[in-house]
Ligand binder design. Structure first.
Ligand SMILES: [Zn+2]
Ligand SMILES: [Zn+2]
Length: 428
């Protein structure tokens, strides 16, 4: 069965997160968004893990549901259009490793997915001897990422170890500031154990396919949400059985069970282009090159974004596509579409009201963005239908994000069309 997964997100025990990032909040928003399997995030945090054990119960091997009494209270306030969406949780966490290797400081994030409570306990037990797991839901460990992989492999063959948002400048495998140029530089002889990578919001599969070294790995996408409303900004679509083993095997083998990913337009990501946020400088990779990587305002090195970095490490040209590849679908969060339509902020009352009306009328956000026929929406919400049509066709204009500033999407203004790779593609 086709399942939508969002494995990477954070609880309220992580820094800079919403207080609603609890299991009830994730359950509620998972239903509204139309996600089938949601990561718990932060399983390394002792208090959060205790909460997970208390509030979730295993339904299928390795997949959990919110206990009935808690679920019922939330279902009561949800519109009937999404009330019956089934939600499963899966045990996940992100770990930040900071260490020095080959004469440079490295800061790399990785995503862990675990098959059961026992494995989480065993991992937490070992990591608690290396660093403080209580200080942050995403703990910082002074540990080589290869050593972390070793610990994971020794603990359970079923664990998934996935380098997170691999292109972001500051905390990732290929990051321009503190990453590596090759997977082998980080993981050496254990490189074959890396079976999947996460694109992050600022890159998409097309950018990743430009590296031959990534072509046989599973490419997965997740929201990295710091509040439950941000769930499903990106997601992965699997066609597998409803249990941990089948899901993990699909990701490890990258076989036909992985259908593809649902993507943020990468230009909208916070680190797509290069620049300096405080200097108000945003540059495209060729402009950065022309200026020798130096900011024209403060004359310090620019924060080099994902687009530049891909260009630097890729061995295929920018329009390259492998003959066979997974499907890629681009979406814009529904709240953002409505906000542009109304020319108001996403938190304004009018925008929130229209969002709720649309959900009540047509079902989950993913259904609205991906599936509901526009004819059906046109009657009551003609402008929304027009915006969705443009999004589905990829006829949009974006000011790319840079140095921590999100890109700005324009659906309703005429501007340059995005490059032609947009829209839905499915070649298997
Ligand atoms: Zn991260
Ligand atoms: Zn500057």
């Amino acid at each position: 069965m086709e399942l939508i997964l969002d494995l990477h997100l954070h609880s309220h025990f992580s820094r800079a997160t919403s207080k609603n990032s609890n299991l009830e909040g994730l359950y509620k928003w998972g239903k509204i968004k139309g996600i089938n399997i949601i990561g718990t995030g932060d399983f390394t945090h002792p208090a959060w893990f205790a909460e997970i054990r208390e509030k979730l119960e295993e339904v299928e091997p390795g997949l959990f549901k919110l206990k009935e009494n808690l679920a019922k209270k939330i279902d009561e306030i949800l519109p009937s259009s999404v009330k019956n969406n089934e939600i499963r949780f899966i045990l996940t966490s992100e770990i930040s490793t900071i260490y020095s290797k080959a004469g440079r400081v490295r800061k790399v994030h990785q995503l862990l997915v675990a098959p059961n409570f026992e494995t989480v306990s065993a991992i937490n037990d070992q990591l608690s001897r290396i660093g403080n797991l209580k200080s942050d839901g995403r703990p910082i460990l002074g540990l080589d990422s290869k050593e972390l992989l070793k610990i994971c492999l020794a603990t359970s063959k079923e664990l998934l170890f996935i380098p997170a948002h691999i292109w972001t400048p500051w905390f990732s495998l290929f990051g321009s500031k503190s990453g590596f140029d090759k997977i082998e530089e980080a993981f050496e002889e254990l490189t074959p154990e890396i079976k999947a990578i996460e694109t992050g919001l600022s890159s998409d599969p097309f950018m990743n396919w430009r590296l031959t070294s990534l072509q046989n790995l599973a490419i997965i996408s997740n929201s990295d949400a710091h509040s439950p409303e941000k769930l499903g900004r990106e997601a992965t679509i699997l066609n597998c059985e409803m249990n941990y083993r089948d899901l993990a095997e699909a990701i490890k083998t990258n076989d036909q069970r992985i259908i593809g990913t649902i993507e943020f337009f990468p230009e909208e990501g916070k680190y797509h282009y290069d620049g300096h946020r405080t200097c108000n400088v945003r540059l495209s990779p060729p402009e950065t090159k022309k200026r020798g990587g130096i900011c024209p305002v403060c004359f310090k090195p620019l924060t080099v974004g994902v687009d530049y970095r891909v260009e630097e490490l890729a061995n295929h040209p920018f329009d390259y596509q492998p003959e066979k590849h997974k499907s890629v679908e681009y979406i814009i969060p529904l709240l953002e579409i409505i906000a542009e339509l109304k020319k108001m902020g996403t938190n304004s009352k009018a925008v929130q009201e229209l969002y709720q009306k649309a959900i009540a009328a047509f079902g989950s956000e993913f259904d609205i963005l991906r599936r509901v026929p526009l004819e059906k929406i046109k009657n009551d919400f003609p402008e929304l239908a027009y915006g969705l049509e443009r999004m589905r066709q990829g006829t949009i204009y974006i000011e790319p994000g840079y140095d921590g500033v999100f890109g700005v999407i324009k659906l309703f203004e005429t501007g340059n069309q995005r490059k032609e790779i947009c829209g839905q593609m499915s070649l298997l």
